[in-house]
Structure formats: structure tokens, C-alpha cells
Design a protein around this ligand. Structure first.
Ligand code: GUN
Length: 295
């Protein structure tokens, strides 16, 4: 093993401490806590775990957490009514509707109904368009966390070759836009890319977000490259519980890479830290204050 292992938990703790300081200052200035509303529809166990940890982290940062849990049978109209009630609620600075939603609900319609100023997931088309055109936007939390780790590891990214593997709206596309914004040379590759290993081999920065367990191998990696693994896949092992692995084969890639994020403990903790960051930023913008420093 030659690669440095990037400690996402430590980086996330630093961001969360800055958010807590900014949240306390916000409360002093405005007389209220910044607030995040989470909405969970149904009983998907993984989603329930994520939403609970988001709520807990919100409280720990000194922000108000409003948790809404609706049954799996909820009609789209009922969820839209809840969003319509949260949009004008002044105690709520951020609205997060956990995905995936049950099949009777059109996620695109729900995302479109969220006030873009409170869209702390950065999923609304207005925020996606603002990011694409270089305007101030609320940016999806996972790619924002990846960018933070990359800058902490590498400093200036200008001129570096970056290959993003995955083209989702949540990670791949916004990640590519953030890297372009940092003046990297960016390729978006995906499951249909011809000779994917050869494309990945030219990268100084690899961001893996394909959702396929351990797909990216050590012999795909340029020696010394920085590898960010967004994947969270459960594979058989560890008794009956299963074992979490990324989209990167850690054992072989860490022999070649210069730095690599582990799974768990890499990108995952940064996603929640960036959700808190987006919430405090949304609170400042809604209150007409300048963005908090260092976030
Ligand atoms: N489901 C998986 N990741 C996310 C996320 O970042 N935001 C929301 N709202 N749902 C998700």
C-alpha cells in the first residue's frame, strides 16, 4: 500500500465545527436558529438511517431539525402539500426530501416544487442551471464534499486531468461542473464509455460514482493519481451482515494511487457535512446576510 488514505471523517468534523460557529453567530444576529426540514416517505431502512443521521447532525451543529415521516402509501398530492407548507415557513431554511420516493410519486415533480432558495440538495433545475452557468447556486452535497477533499489534498486543481466515472444528476454531472469551475480538464465517462480503463488511466483525479462494487481496478490508475470513491455497495461477507465497499477496488488501487478515500469513512461523512453547510448558507442568503466565512 503506497497511497495516503484521505480521512473524510476528520475533514467532515472540521466543516461541521465551522457550521456550528456560523449557526451560533446567525442566531445572535437574527434571533432564531437556522432550520432544516427532512421528509422521509416510506420505510426503506437505508433511507431511514440516512435521514436520522442528517437530523442528528443538524442538532449537533446548533440548528433546528424538523423531521417529517410519511407512510409509503402517501399520494403525490399529499407530499406536494407538505412541500407547499414548508416553502413559506420562515423557521425552515432547507428542505430535503429523501430519495428514492415510492413509485406512485414523481420525484421530478416534487423537486420542482421545492423553493430553490431552500433546495439544500441542489437538485432543483434552477440550482443545476445556476451551477452550469457559473452563478451562485446551492450545489449537490456529495460532489461538493468531493471537491472539498480534492482541494484539501491537492491544493490548486488547475490544469489537472480529471475523469468522472458516472453521469448522474446527483453526482457525476455536478462533479464535472465543479471540476471545470476549478479549471481542471474534465472527462465524464460512464458504463457505455469505450475502453474505460484506458480513459481512467490518463486521470490525475478519478471520481468514481457508477454504483458498481469494486469496478475500478489498480491497473486502471495512473501512478500517484488521487482517487475519490463515491460508491457505497453492500456485498456478501462479514457473517450475514454484508460488507460495504466502494466503486473502487481498494486493495489494488491503493497500491498505485497517490491518495484514496476509503469506504466507509471517505466521501460519506462529507455529504452530511455539506448538507449542513448548504443549510447555513441558505439561511444566510434568505436573511440577506453575506455567506458565512470559510464555508
Ligand atoms: N438519497 C441518496 N442520496 C441522497 C441525497 O443526497 N439527497 C436526497 N434527498 N436523497 C438521497
Amino acid at each position: 500500500m503506497s497511497a495516503a488514505v484521505i480521512d473524510g471523517r476528520a475533514a467532515a468534523a472540521e466543516v461541521r465545527a465551522k457550521v456550528a460557529t456560523a449557526a451560533a453567530a446567525f442566531q445572535t444576529k437574527t434571533g432564531r436558529q437556522p432550520g432544516l426540514a427532512t421528509v422521509l416517505v416510506g420505510e426503506d431502512p437505508a433511507s431511514a438511517v440516512y435521514v436520522r443521521s442528517k437530523g442528528k447532525a443538524t442538532g449537533e451543529a446548533g440548528m433546528a431539525s424538523f423531521s417529517h415521516t410519511l407512510p409509503a402509501s402517501t399520494a403525490e398530492g399529499e407530499l406536494l402539500d407538505l412541500v407547499a407548507a414548508l416553502n413559506p415557513d420562515d423557521a425552515v431554511d432547507g428542505i430535503l426530501v429523501q430519495l428514492p420516493l415510492p413509485p406512485q410519486i414523481d420525484a421530478a415533480r416534487v423537486i420542482a416544487a421545492i423553493d430553490p432558495a431552500k433546495d439544500v440538495d441542489g437538485f432543483h433545475a434552477l440550482n443545476a442551471g445556476r451551477l452550469a452557468t457559473g452563478l451562485d447556486a446551492l450545489v449537490p452535497c456529495t460532489p461538493l464534499g468531493c471537491l472539498h477533499l480534492l482541494k484539501a489534498q491537492l491544493g490548486d486543481l488547475a490544469g489537472l486531468e480529471a475523469v468522472v466515472v458516472g453521469r448522474s444528476n446527483i453526482v457525476g454531472k455536478p462533479m464535472a461542473l465543479l471540476l471545470i469551475g476549478a479549471s481542471a480538464t474534465v472527462t465524464i465517462a460512464h458504463s457505455r464509455t469505450r475502453d474505460l480503463p484506458e480513459v481512467v488511466r490518463r486521470a490525475d483525479i478519478v471520481v468514481a460514482a457508477v454504483g458498481r462494487a469494486e469496478m475500478i481496478k489498480g491497473d486502471w490508475i495512473k501512478p500517484g493519481a488521487t482517487v475519490i470513491d463515491v460508491g457505497i455497495n453492500r456485498v456478501p461477507g462479514d457473517g450475514g451482515k454484508g460488507r460495504l465497499v466502494g466503486d473502487v477496488e481498494f486493495a489494488s488501487v491503493s497500491e498505485v494511487a497517490g491518495a484514496i478515500t476509503p469506504v466507509p469513512g471517505g466521501v460519506g461523512p462529507m455529504t452530511i457535512a455539506m448538507l449542513l453547510r448548504n443549510t447555513i448558507v441558505a439561511a444566510h442568503r434568505r436573511a440577506g446576510l453575506t455567506d458565512p466565512e470559510g464555508l
